[in-house]
Design a protein around this ligand. Structure first.
Ligand code: PHE
Length: 446
């Protein structure tokens, strides 16, 4: 196989692949409980405003950088301006940190899917099931390895035949499954209280924290500041409408997050008799609370199978985008065949995933800054490196290369409808917000 890059064959292929990256675990377990915790309707509103302004501007920037240079993050910045090379290196480190631990969680999802498929849903609902599983040694490692192989196979098949094909299949199926479970969830006893809790704004829960939490979530959810959209942009055909595509990705990502709330919150309310604290379980929400909810509802085992398949699809399309980004970074630097790189990245991911997995079991005494290994990687990438990467991207684009370069790339195909907004966001508003996120993470505000 050559070292040449091939791109997506169609606009819809690009949109579904990028939406596939964006729609992930963050939409399904994180968004619903954040929304519930930070004021329901008011959180949704703040989130939406941030997506269409802040998220939009950053996503346009990243995709345009990729498409203009035809490179992944590691080279793209230097191509635009030599002064920016080091930013490319910094951003390139982010997907390398995220990929291994994301795959560990992906492995947990497969384990739960299998558990439901073999009719063991009731066992999964038992107290201690999750902790004893992630605390063991062989089984989570085996599932992580299976997950990594699945991801690598798709990346190996290439951008068009692998990523695009898989996304075109998985994303619509995921959407239909999410809508199906949401409707079912709304029919449960007491569900309507959950809907109210989710959608009616509760101003007493609103604070600056709401904004900071929504911003952090938006970032992660739209797969920004980790070089993914730069890589995918480099595969975007020049003739496609860039701005329009970004709008579609936003709608998909936010739509699935919203539906995930409708799927989970009413069901949890119905199960807990209206006690919202049942939602407040962090990662445990998906692996501890939901199995109990499924176990208590009619047909819950079928819902469990469908739910974990849906989560698996969401996670896979995200890890595929991460692995593709890592492969394309190495492809830019080392002129080695793509196939060999895929295999090396797969093996590397497996090795680096080991500590994150063992961190809940035999290595649980190993804490980094007081955090378990997986949590530490998650914190380092999301709360520290991504805001820094986004901040540097904004400053670089606004003050070194100038926003005009991005605007011209967008205007290659059509009028840049939100140009005015863009010109205010990147040089001024985004940097201020980003500094705010960074400081809040550092002082442990959120
Ligand atoms: N955007 C994904 C989500 O919402 C998360 C993700 C992170 C995807 C990193 C790829 C890379 O879950």
């Amino acid at each position: 196989m050559s070292t040449e890059k091939t791109g997506f064959s169609s606009r819809i292929g690009f949109i579904l692949a990028a939406a596939g990256s964006a729609v992930g675990l963050g939409n399904i377990w994180r968004f619903p409980y954040l929304a519930a915790q930070y004021g329901g309707g008011i959180f949704l509103l703040v989130y939406l405003v941030l997506v269409v302004t802040f998220g939009f501007s950053l996503m346009v920037t990243e995709i345009a950088i990729g498409r203009k240079t035809g490179k992944s993050a590691i080279e793209a910045f230097g191509v635009l301006n030599k002064k920016g090379s080091w930013i490319g290196y910094l951003i390139s480190a982010v997907p390398m940190i995220i990929l291994p631990y994301y795959c560990v969680i992906g492995g947990w999802v497969i384990k739960y899917g299998v558990t439901y498929a073999i009719g063991q849903g009731t066992a999964a609902a038992a107290d201690g099931y999750f902790n004893s599983f992630i605390g063991s040694t062989g089984s989570p490692l085996l599932y992580a390895a299976i997950y990594i192989i699945l991801t690598a196979v798709v990346v190996l098949m290439g951008v068009q035949k692998g990523i695009e094909k898989v996304s075109k299949f998985m994303m619509p199926v995921l959407l239909v499954m999410t809508i199906g479970i949401s409707i079912y969830s709304l029919t449960l006893d007491g569900a309507i209280e959950g809907v109210k809790y989710y959608l009616i704004p509760n101003f007493s829960h609103f604070s600056l924290k709401t904004v900071v939490a929504a911003m952090g979530q938006m970032f992660y959810s739209m797969s920004l500041a980790m070089g993914i959209m730069i890589t995918y942009g480099s595969y975007m055909p020049k003739k496609e409408n860039l701005e329009g595509s970004v709008r579609h990705i936003e709608i998909f990502d936010t739509g699935v997050a919203f539906l995930a709330g409708l799927m989970i919150i009413p069901a949890v309310f119905s199960f807990s008799g209206g006690d919202p604290s049942a939602l407040n379980q962090g990662p445990g929400l998906m692996f501890v609370t939901l199995p109990k909810v499924f176990d208590s509802m009619p047909g819950g085992h079928i819902v469990g199978i469908v739910f974990f398949i849906l989560v698996l699809f969401a996670a896979l399309t995200s890890s595929i985008s991460l692995m593709e980004t890592v492969v394309s970074i190495f492809q830019d630097k080392l002129k080695v065949s793509r196939r060999l790189l895929c295999i090396l990245v797969m093996i590397g991911t497996m090795l680096v995933a080991i500590p994150s997995s063992l961190g809940y079991g035999v290595w649980s005494e190993v804490l980094i800054f007081g955090k378990q290994i997986l949590d530490f990687f998650d914190f380092l990438s999301n709360n520290i490196m991504m805001p820094i990467a986004a901040l540097l991207t904004c400053i670089f684009v606004a003050y070194v290369v100038k926003t005009k370069v991005i605007e011209d790339e967008v205007e290659l195909t059509s009028r840049f409808k939100s140009k005015k907004l863009y010109q205010v966001m990147i040089p001024y508003v985004c940097p201020i917000f980003l500094v705010a996120i960074l400081i809040s993470s550092l002082v442990g505000y959120v």
